[in-house]
Design a protein around this ligand. Structure first.
Ligand code: ZN
Ligand code: ZN
Length: 183
């Protein structure tokens, strides 16, 4: 800033240059203070659509790609029930892959977006980023690629059960009473 003022004083800098420099400085401060996070969700979405992408999308790009990879792998396993005969959900319920509860919870088909689909990334990112999860910005495309069960081999299932058993033998998982999995 001092250099700027000296520059003006010496007549080296023109008003236009000073304006440019100041604007760049403000832009830098804005980024550093991460003001973006405090902008309105609807505004951020509108700016993202206008510009093609945004900071929110950048921030969630890797997580989006990872979620696609996880879903694809889960689906692959789901299509090979002989190799992966057991399945766990995110609240640590354990089933046989053929259990009625699992079949009901799994989607009929799997058609994920591609990782560089800007609109899908936008929906993922702006949904995750929404300040109030019950008041998300409108117009996001639905993302229906989530696969709720992770199918496992018998060996993986035994390791998983061990991992989810406390030192005194207490279970942190629930074994489905309906299919009573016994890997
Ligand atoms: Zn965005
Ligand atoms: Zn079950």
């Amino acid at each position: 800033m001092l250099e700027l003022l000296t520059g003006i004083d010496d007549g080296v800098l023109k008003a236009g240059d000073v304006k440019d420099l100041l604007l760049r400085a403000v832009d830098g401060m804005y980024r550093q203070a991460d003001c973006w996070r405090y902008e309105d969700d609807e505004d951020k979405l509108a700016w993202c659509r206008r510009d093609g992408t945004c900071q929110t999308c950048d921030r969630h790009r890797d997580a989006f790609a990872k979620s696609l990879a996880v879903a694809s792998e889960r689906w692959r396993r789901w299509t090979l029930p002989e190799q992966y005969p057991y399945a766990a959900d995110s609240s640590k319920g354990l089933h046989e892959a053929g259990c009625h509860i699992v079949r009901q919870g799994m989607p009929e088909e799997f058609s994920p977006p591609v990782a560089d689909d800007a609109e899908a990334l936008r929906s993922f990112a702006h949904r995750k980023d929404a300040y109030d999860p019950y008041d998300r910005p409108k117009g996001l495309m639905p993302l229906r690629y989530h696969i709720p069960f992770r199918a496992m081999t018998a060996e993986e299932t035994r390791a998983w059960m061990k991992q989810n058993t406390g030192p005194k033998g207490g279970r942190y998982y629930h074994r489905c009473e309906r299919c009573a999995p016994a890997p």
